[in-house]
Design a protein around this ligand. Structure first.
Ligand SMILES: Nc1ncnc2c1ncn2[C@@H]1O[C@H](COP(=O)(O)OP(=O)(O)OP(=O)(O)O)[C@@H](O)[C@H]1O
Ligand SMILES: [Mg+2]
Length: 337
């Protein structure tokens, strides 16, 4: 069973408006949808949709925490994995666990409002770590997935701590993070990190132009401790730096809702790992499943049949990262004239 740890879960509320969103205006809502959210929860949902058993470990609190719990249980997750935390200051908002509100206007463009979420605090963090160890001690966890931002009050090293605990139980970890938590997790040697291009650029503080520069930056993350690195590049697909080779892969561009495409990619890569697929297969699945996620109206509701159809048109090519010799550079410059 894959264990998806969601430190910053949310109740995702989606309002659909029949017409455009006007700042300062009053709007009638055409439909309301509410479901548990947060990146690791989205990954777990996609995994289940693909037929891969997954559990969710998340700290929840208050009325919204109960909504997350009920939603997950209704989807078939085990409510017992949710850790109740009480260490929540008033500033977090009246409902406890955060909400995100997405307003989808007539033309389909989305406006997102993110509540900051409750402060997890030292007590909350140790409650999560304790439950994490208990789950790993059960001996059924095949891979840990860490994904998403950290709630306020949590040290940036928490992902590194979780990776180290998992290692003690002989379990590998995949991480989707950015900035300081991404930097800090590398030293703990996670099996894989999956930033998107903008996150990688922000983490490194420089622009990356083209697949070769992206792959070179990914190699840098490997030298800092990441086992393998997959950089997702939106509709341009992905660049993967692995022990078995360096590739770029892309599928057909799909129109739809790209939110959560990265979570779908993460889920497909995690499934490929526990199933022991070779890297080209994992990457083809990743691109196909994430493209299918873009086509799906709701994050995490990937249609496996659509993913199967898209898989045939995924282009995968090895990337040559060898530095060109001076002679090659001169020859290339001469050929331009
Ligand atoms: N418009 C699109 N058409 C086809 N495939 C797409 C499109 N957008 C994204 N993808 C696929 O989804 C993968 C992940 O997308 P992206 O890089 O946007 O992730 P992300 O920014 O981490 O997303 P999120 O964090 O919202 O889940 C890409 O590597 C690509 O394979
Ligand atoms: Mg992402």
């Amino acid at each position: 069973v894959l264990l998806c740890v969601c430190l910053n879960p949310a109740v995702d509320v989606t309002y659909r408006l029949p017409g455009p969103l006007a700042p300062g205006g009053s709007h009638r809502i055409a439909s309301v949808r509410e479901q548990p959210g947060g990146k690791a929860i989205n990954v777990a949902r996609v995994l289940r949709g693909l037929g891969e058993p997954a559990r969710v470990l998340a700290p929840v609190t208050g009325r919204n925490g109960e909504t997350v719990r009920a939603g997950l249980v209704a989807e078939g997750f085990d409510g017992a994995d949710l850790v109740d935390v009480v260490d929540v200051p008033e500033a977090a908002g009246p409902g406890g666990t955060r909400r995100t509100v997405t307003v989808v206007a007539g033309a389909g463009e989305a406006t997102v409002l993110n509540e900051p979420g409750p402060v997890l605090g030292e007590g909350g963090v140790s409650a999560v770590l304790e439950r994490f160890e208990a789950l790993l001690g059960g001996g059924t966890i095949t891979l840990v997935v860490l994904a998403g931002s950290l709630p306020p009050g949590v040290p940036v090293e928490v992902y590194a701590t979780l990776v180290r605990i998992a290692h003690r139980y002989g379990v590998e970890t995949f991480v989707d993070a950015e900035g300081p938590p991404l930097r800090a997790v590398l030293a703990a040697r996670p099996a894989l990190v999956k930033p998107n291009l903008a996150e990688l650029e922000a983490t490194l503080g420089r622009r990356l132009d083209g697949p070769v520069e992206i792959a070179a930056a990914a190699l840098g993350l490997r030298s800092e401790g990441a086992g393998e690195v997959v950089v997702s590049c939106g509709r341009d697909g992905l660049v993967a730096v692995t022990g078995a080779g360096v590739w770029r892969a892309a599928g057909p561009a799909v129109t739809g809702n790209p939110t959560g495409a990265g979570d779908a990619l993460h889920a497909a890569l995690a499934r490929g790992a526990v199933r022991g697929q070779d890297w080209p297969d994992r990457l083809r699945d990743g691109v196909a499943v994430s493209a299918a996620a873009v086509a799906a109206p709701v994050a995490g509701e990937v249609d496996p049949e659509l993913a199967g159809r898209l898989r045939g048109s995924v282009r995968l090519e090895p990337l040559d990262l060898s530095v060109p010799t001076m002679e090659e550079v001169t020859r290339a410059a001469g050929a331009d004239r």
